[in-house]
Ligand binder design. Sequence first.
Ligand code: C2E
Ligand code: CA
Ligand code: CA
Length: 554
Amino acid sequence: MDAATDTLFFKHSTLGMVRADYKMRITAVNDAFTRITGYSSSEALGQTPRMLSSGKQDPAFYAQMWASIENDGFWSGEIWNRRKNGDIYPELLTIDSITYKGDEHSGFIGVFADISHLKNGSSDLGYLAHHDPLTGLSNRLLLSARLEKSLELVKRNQAKTAVLFIDLDAFKPVNDSLGHTIGDSILIEVANRLSGVVRQADTITRWGGDEFVVVLDVVNSAKNAATVADNIVEALRAEPYIVGDRSVYLGCSVGISIFPEDGGSGEVLVRNADTAMYQAKNLGGNQFCFYKQEMTEAVQDRLLLAGELRGALEANQLELHYQPQYCVRTGKMLGVESLIRWQHPEKGMIPPDQFISIAEETGLIIPIGTWVIETACQQARKWMDTGSLITIAVNVSAKQLTDRNFCNIVETILSETKLPPHLLEIELTESLLIEDIEKSIHIFKSLSGLGINLAIDDFGTGFSSLSYLTQLPVKKLKIDRSFLRKIFSKKADRKLINSIIALGHSLDLKVVTEGVETVEQLNYLRENNCDLAQGYLLSRPVKANNLIIQSYDI
Ligand code: C2E
Ligand code: CA
Ligand code: CA
């Protein structure tokens, strides 16, 4: 092993570790060594491991041990040692001889686990048979024993048990490129971080490879399990894994099953937690998911819908509806927002919330998004040709912006439809902007260079720093309808709307409020100088043929 891995092993392992040179002088010990033996590193350095001798083993035992190290390069077995306070205790010890170039660097590494708790307790289980040699965590056998026991207990108390199945995201490429020794040291570190997150009573198991299972013995509610799962996700990804001069970031996916809802036996619970883990992975990893029967069905439904969506564009099943935006002061209709719908041959009209995310995951959002802009621009040009100059807004998702051709596509559509660019408006959600502000600024500048207007959708939900607003060529803010809904019950939401309007105006932006459903809401917006309003009160989204281009008179 190299020095870097060495350091990591030593520092973090829960196993006691001691390194000695070829003359058997101790050159390094780790924290666990001190915890188990009671000797600090300064007391141990320069001594030989005989300082721990209990006198329980006879010379023949040691002779055999050394013969085996000489012949096989290692020895492994149980041995009794003595702590600084005089207690003797059993440990499971492995000694490896290490040979580097030149005698002065050669020596031995001893790794040991204190197994007194197993010997002292009623348990007569063999340590090796029940533990993972790398991490010292329990193995599958011990897990199933503990899990069955815990289920028995929980049944009597009418409580719940949660099984968390954890799988590291993208561990394989790390393991393949950095080597298995480093991979192993990362797994040890993962085991330590897991131990730091769960309660002592909970069982952590190395299931195999980069998979771990945590059993939360008694949980009051599924929500508690979610909190632990969230802490695990956070603990594994928050800090990088330091290996030598590199730092590697790793996330994990966690699946949760709950007893008794999700299975009556340990085996079923683990299997279902595993299924849920795949769900978390499918959603992009770095998160947790619950197992539910409906969940599995939901995954299948989504897959089916994704397949059908592929053909929907060609089959002309997608259509745009248009929802007018009115000037609050004059009541004049100034523009429309295009909103996509899917006319499914069997399921009827499917709203965008149910398929836009599928389109994003499958990449279909690129052709669909292009179709939306094209159709919207054609429509706006038709209105223009009949004498109505109205702006047309389209919603664009983050995935579309990552397409390098996006600006070119928009430019081509504008020139083919002969729509004056200032009539096209692109709506982007606030959360999307904050994710990568530098990149957003760049793309926004190219788009506004084409003469297009930009609007920030769902404004107020992102809780971002507002300084980005001054850096972006934005023309409009759209206040999320969740704030409007509560203006008469929540003073905070009223204040928020007023501040957004004031903020928008101070930056020379127009402010639109969406989701206007009542006359009172509209009056409120008028009194508070909001520029534009959009909502069911004034008009629902409608097909182009049904759009009445006229002022409202409320
Ligand atoms: P959004 O951009 O926030 O659109 C406003 C949503 O609020 C629309 O739902 C609209 O029908 C609804 N709405 C308007 N007025 C009212 C009202 O007074 N009361 C209530 N309760 N709702 C109102 P819709 O059409 O279902 O669209 C949902 C979301 O789907 C949109 O939210 C937008 O994020 C996304 N979306 C729609 N079309 C497209 C598209 O072409 N491309 C992309 N990427 N996303 C789209
Ligand atoms: Ca929108
Ligand atoms: Ca919105």
